[in-house]
Design a protein around this ligand. Structure first.
Ligand SMILES: [Mg+2]
Length: 401
């Protein structure tokens, strides 16, 4: 069996929302745009952010086709400028893949990673593109052997995985409280909320109220989006300790603050989580050696796909560190690829379930059979590959190019 074609499909909702082109930078915004710049008592006016967000949603599906007629589907996380990923997949990776046996996934992974190593493309867009191809290759392998990916990875510790609701949208507290009630009614007990805006006192007030709304039976996860400095985070985490139902503090600091993360992790029993930004095992090794976190959050569609995310998860286990697959504004391919790795790794803590996935444009509407969420859990099935099938007509309707 040989790879005959590797193509990338850009999916976007922007065309259905407004008449602007999806790559129009006027549609991009930083999360704090429109809000007053944070002035702390020390006068810090920090306008740095982790990333920019688009007005609509986009992602990139990768299809690996073979001369046997089998096709595997993967996904690269590409919420912004998805055509960059498409170009990397089709102009850089496809030429080194076509003609190769798609079952040699680890050989092909190293070849893809080696295409631009000298030029430092070992994270970011290139790893996202590699992720899309890698996931598609695992899907091909599953279809070839007629086995689910989790079995080909060595067998599942558990096929029924707990997932948390990834957000409580809403600008004000009442909207957020309603959001919590809504996701609790859907069966979630673990719920993430975001902070990182406003003064530390305001943020402490926010999480106190959110913690109360989640209640004794639930767990609250707090994502600060890199919005704090070390002293603020140390104050903030004392507050989280006292609340009793906060399970982790995510991205408290900017990812480059390695020393800050080590001090923060040593200082508290609340789990310090990070790692969305870390896209290969080598950068994760350095974080682990430096003891910067209790929990890693690699994203399978950014961190080199199933192969590299599995290596990251296994490496974390050596250091006694847990992991939780990050998921985002993308399709079931993304969600399932992370959960397949989660199923086979004993140190997987919980998976992320993007809020609004079921009704969202990239959610169940793109699938022939909806992904079933049951009491805050997803059960991986026995179907070959990733275990889901796209509704190709629905995919075509969102395909931009
Ligand atoms: Mg996050």
């Amino acid at each position: 069996m040989k790879i005959s074609a590797v193509i990338c499909q850009v999916l976007s909702t922007q065309q259905h929302q407004e008449a602007t082109r999806y790559e129009d930078t006027a549609g991009l915004r930083f999360p704090q745009d429109g809000l007053p710049v944070v002035q702390t008592f020390r006068g810090r006016a920090d306008t740095r952010h982790l990333c920019v967000y688009p007005a609509g949603r986009s992602t990139a599906l990768v299809r690996v086709q073979t001369d046997s007629g089998l096709e595997g589907v993967g996904e690269a996380h590409a919420p912004v400028a998805p055509r960059v990923v498409k170009t990397i997949v089709e102009d850089l990776l496809a030429p080194v893949l076509i003609g190769s046996d798609p079952r040699a996934i680890q050989v092909l992974w190293e070849r893809m990673f080696s295409t631009m190593r000298l030029r430092s493309h070992t994270q970011g867009f290139t790893l996202e593109a590699i992720a899309g191809v890698d996931i598609a290759l695992w899907d091909v392998l599953g279809k070839y052997y007629q086995e689910p990916v989790w079995r080909l990875l060595g067998g599942a510790c558990r096929r029924r995985l707990p997932v948390y609701s990834s957000g409580t949208p809403g600008r004000d507290m009442e909207a957020r409280r309603n959001g919590i009630r809504q996701v609790q009614n859907e069966g979630f007990t673990v719920i993430k909320t975001s902070c990182g805006r406003g003064s530390i006192d305001e943020q402490m007030d926010l999480v106190r109220q959110m913690s109360q709304a989640v209640g004794d039976q639930g767990k609250l996860l707090v994502d600060a989006h890199g919005g704090m400095d070390l002293k603020e985070a140390l104050r903030f985490v004392r507050c989280l300790e006292a609340l009793g139902n906060v399970e982790w503090l995510e991205d408290a600091l900017l990812p480059e603050n390695h020393t800050g993360y080590r001090i923060l992790t040593e200082s508290t029993p609340v789990r310090i989580a990070l790692g969305e930004t870390d896209c290969n095992r080598y950068v994760v090794r350095d974080r682990l050696l430096n003891r910067e976190c209790d929990l890693l959050l690699p994203d399978v569609c950014r961190a080199g796909g199933i192969s590299e995310t599995l290596r990251i998860a296994r490496l974390a286990d050596v250091f006694g560190v847990s992991w939780a697959p990050h998921a985002s504004t993308s399709t079931a391919i993304h969600l399932l690829a992370g959960l397949h790795v989660g199923a086979v790794t004993p140190n997987c803590y919980i998976g992320e379930y993007p809020s609004g996935f079921a009704q969202g444009p990239f959610g169940n509407g793109l699938l022939k059979e909806p992904l079933v969420l049951e009491n805050g859990h997803i059960t991986l099935n026995e179907n070959p590959g990733l275990g889901t099938e796209l509704d190709e007509a629905a995919v075509r309707a969102l395909t931009l190019e």
